[in-house]
Design a protein. Structure first.
Length: 421
């Protein structure tokens, strides 16, 4: 291990999982650290992917060397002398790699979801409490976006008054729907389920905006759209284009990917719902609804925040926030204000660059504010798991007992929050 606090020493980094999320962190190395970050090891069971990743980020590979390749992340962590590690493997593999990284007190970039079961969350937390150094940054990129940063600033400023309720939705376009029905993500035992895999982002950002945790949830979910059905019933709903054989709003890429499942059919048996609606009660009294729907014409994230003094409406894709306030002097009874959001050029609506800047400077031994730490990562998964349990049981779920299983007593949790910043 080198001394990253030395402003000229190399920062030796290993990556576990050479997919798109892993690549995003190396695409967003700050310019001032680019000549110090060294990609020395890659763990991925696919050798071709390891090779492609090393070629893609050749600028970070020390001259005259090749990153050491490993089939498994534990092998990498056991054999390499690192200054930091990125864990961007499939969801069900996160915990053993993160636990080992923590035992070595390495700065850790841990992709969401941090784990997929309550038991694994507890294991992860125990490892965190036993580490002697090193920080964990959780990949909740929405917290780092200019859009949600602006929304949070408005909410926290008090301009909307007391927050009464929130409406939020995430609708998956055909491209993201494709992702959910491919590979390990279509197996809920590996992904943790749709709410854990995809919508833990949304559970986290709601908590972040409100400055409060969910206390109780209720949810309903089912598969109505993407489910097995006789061909005669399929065709009227998804009539293929005569020229390209497209389905689902004319998206050829989705057609190809959805048919590339284990059963070679977009209507193959799956335990994924294609729509879910949730009601969430927060500890501060705010109520929220969240709706997620697959296979829509475009991917969207929208929200409305209702306060005692005003209303906020926002669409992350539109890069605008509209504020409305009562005004009896206006003919409409209100005044409105448009807030433009400067997004920047990186992925995830500008969030990837800010998140990358945070992690890489921490890896360099510098101080940075971690907007989402391990407590946040765990709590978002607990909320997502609770939504899935509620949808299965038809009953509300209280999160207090689940938090006790992971963190221990209320005093233990308060101490955890204090340590996690």
């Amino acid at each position: 291990m080198s001394n990253p606090e030395n402003s000229t020493s190399p920062i030796r980094v290993g990556i576990i999982g050479s997919g798109l999320r892993g690549a995003s962190y190396f695409r967003n190395i700050p310019a001032e650290l680019a000549d110090r970050v060294q990609l020395v090891a890659i763990a991925d069971p696919d050798q071709d992917r390891r090779t492609a990743f090393a070629e893609l980020f050749a600028a970070q590979v020390p001259e005259g060397t090749t990153p050491t390749g490993y089939d498994d992340g534990l092998e990498l962590l056991h054999h390499e002398d690192l200054d930091a590690v990125v864990v961007a493997s499939p969801n069900f593999q996160h915990v053993p790699y993160a636990v080992e990284a923590m035992s070595q007190s390495l700065p850790l970039m841990l992709e969401k979801p941090v784990a997929t079961t309550v038991e694994d969350l507890a294991t992860l937390w125990r490892a965190h409490t036993e580490r002697t150094a090193g920080e964990t940054v959780v990949g909740f990129v929405l917290r780092y976006t200019p859009f949600y940063s602006a929304v949070r600033e408005i909410v926290q400023s008090g301009r909307l008054g007391e927050i009464l309720a929130v409406e939020a939705n995430e609708n998956l376009g055909t491209g993201l729907t494709m992702v959910q029905y491919r590979g390990w993500r279509q197996d809920t035992a590996k992904s943790g389920g749709w709410m854990v895999e995809k919508c833990c982002h949304d559970m986290d950002i709601l908590s972040h905006l409100l400055g409060s945790r969910p206390s109780r949830v209720f949810s309903m979910a089912s598969a109505l759209h993407l489910r097995p059905r006789p061909e005669a019933e399929q065709l009227p709903r998804f009539q293929p284009s005569a020229g390209t054989g497209e389905i689902d709003f004319g998206d050829a890429a989705t057609n190809e990917a959805l048919r590339d499942t284990m059963q070679h059919s977009p209507y193959a048996p799956s335990n994924l719902p294609d729509r879910q609606v949730a009601t969430i009660e927060f500890e501060n009294g705010t109520l929220a609804t969240f709706t997620a729907v697959m296979a829509q014409p475009k991917t969207t994230r929208r929200l409305r925040i209702f306060g005692t003094e005003g209303l906020l409406e926002g669409d992350i894709s539109a890069e605008t926030i509209e504020l409305s306030f009562p005004d009896p002097n206006e003919s409409t009874g209100m005044t409105t204000e448009q807030v433009e959001v400067a997004v920047g050029g990186s992925g995830h609506h500008g969030g990837d660059e800010v998140l990358g800047d945070t992690f890489w400077h921490l890896a360099a031994g510098e101080q940075r504010t971690i907007r989402a730490g391990l407590v946040d990562g765990i709590d978002a998964v607990l909320t997502a798991l609770s939504l899935q349990r509620s949808a299965e049981s038809g009953a509300p779920v209280d999160l207090a007992e689940l938090r006790t299983q992971v963190f221990g007593t209320a005093d233990d949790l308060r101490e955890a929050q204090r340590q996690d910043g």
